[in-house]
Design a protein around this ligand. Structure first.
Ligand code: SF4
Ligand code: MG
Length: 324
């Protein structure tokens, strides 16, 4: 069975002037034990709101409008904030782009890990200290006892992200949500952090939901991928299939804008235009005003996500009639 199952999820934000931002507008997804699933898309496509919704971290003026989130068979919908607090950081952990915002600047790294262990694992302070040192060593702090006494600002960006990972894995979560975990880091550090995540995934037998705008990272680290656009999934398949046989014009555009390492042929530019604001999608297909293949009917109705095969879904009229 799926570890995480999201069905019909809609998360809306009620803005001024009666505008409604449909940041997430009907998403289904499943994550199985031990796999890494990526959600990829440009900024503003609804990726982060999806991950925050999974954790029930949506606050006013936002609201989870419809759908359910089931984790290990438990439906999150009726759970109180108090019950969710027990789950967050324990069964599901999250790391963000900027660990500085998630780490508390006034507490030492050691205190922050100890606090998590005492709160969720009910360890004594002494046992939590020992465990925290072990965890820091595990994520690449050779002089962990010293690091325990340091404050977040004393660490480099990459080391802060390692500290965040230590906190995230401290309760051996079954699912780790990593939202642009390396976007703020240098390329070489990025790879080290992603390799570390992979190592921790194996070690703790976790699943990872990886949120990224970077298809290069998807290629390297994800088993399956969902492409998001305009608050919806427009293509979903295995990573191999996505790179070998992309179907949706948006996916193709994203792939074309990747730097090509195989040859020196200059690439065409990225997709022209911008992601539409989620309070004002174009009529019809949400990609229609940027799509090189747009047809008349694309401007009338939004296509449904259909199965091309059991393992490949696409939302585009070009494939109408090809669905299974
Ligand atoms: Fe392009 Fe039409 Fe397909 Fe939308 S439905 S992606 S506009 S071809
Ligand atoms: Mg984001």
């Amino acid at each position: 069975p799926a570890l995480l199952e999201v069905s019909g999820l809609k998360t809306y934000f009620y803005l001024e002037n009666k505008k409604v931002a449909k940041a997430v507008d009907g998403i289904d997804l499943a994550i199985y034990p031990g796999e890494t699933v990526a959600i990829v898309g440009e900024s503003g496509s609804g990726k982060s709101v999806t991950s925050l919704s999974i954790m029930k971290l949506i606050n006013k003026p936002g609201k989870i409008e419809a759908g359910y989130i089931k984790f290990s068979g438990t439906d999150f919908t009726p759970l109180s904030e108090k019950q969710m607090t027990k789950i967050r950081g324990n069964d599901i952990a999250m790391i963000f782009q900027e660990p500085m915002t998630a780490l508390n600047p006034v507490f030492t790294i050691g205190n922050q890990i100890i606090e998590t262990l005492v709160k969720h694992q009910k360890l004594t302070k002494k046992d939590a200290y020992t465990r925290a040192v072990e965890l820091l060593k595990m994520v690449g702090f050779p002089r962990a006892e010293e690091t325990m006494r340091e404050y977040p600002h004393q660490l480099s960006g990459g080391m802060r992200q390692r500290a965040m990972i230590a906190i995230a894995i401290s309760c051996a979560p079954k699912l780790l949500i990593a939202d642009e975990p390396t976007t703020a880091l240098d390329v070489t550090i990025q790879a080290q952090i992603l390799d570390l995540l992979n190592e921790m995934k194996e070690r703790f037998n976790m699943s990872i939901l990886l949120i990224t705008h970077d298809l290069g990272i998807v290629a390297e680290y994800a088993d399956r991928v969902m492409v998001m656009y305009g608050g919806q999934i427009v293509e979903s398949t295995s990573t191999t299939q996505l790179f070998e046989q992309p179907q949706h014009p948006y996916t193709k555009g994203l792939l074309e804008s990747l730097p090509n390492i195989d040859n020196d042929v200059p690439r065409l530019g990225a997709i022209s235009g911008m992601v539409p604001p989620s309070y004002h999608f174009p009529k019809g297909c949400r990609f229609s005003d940027r799509c090189p293949s747009a047809m008349e009917k694309c401007r009338e109705d939004n296509p449904k996500l259909v199965n091309l095969t059991d393992e490949h879904q696409v939302r585009c009229y070009l494939y109408e009639g090809n669905e299974q």
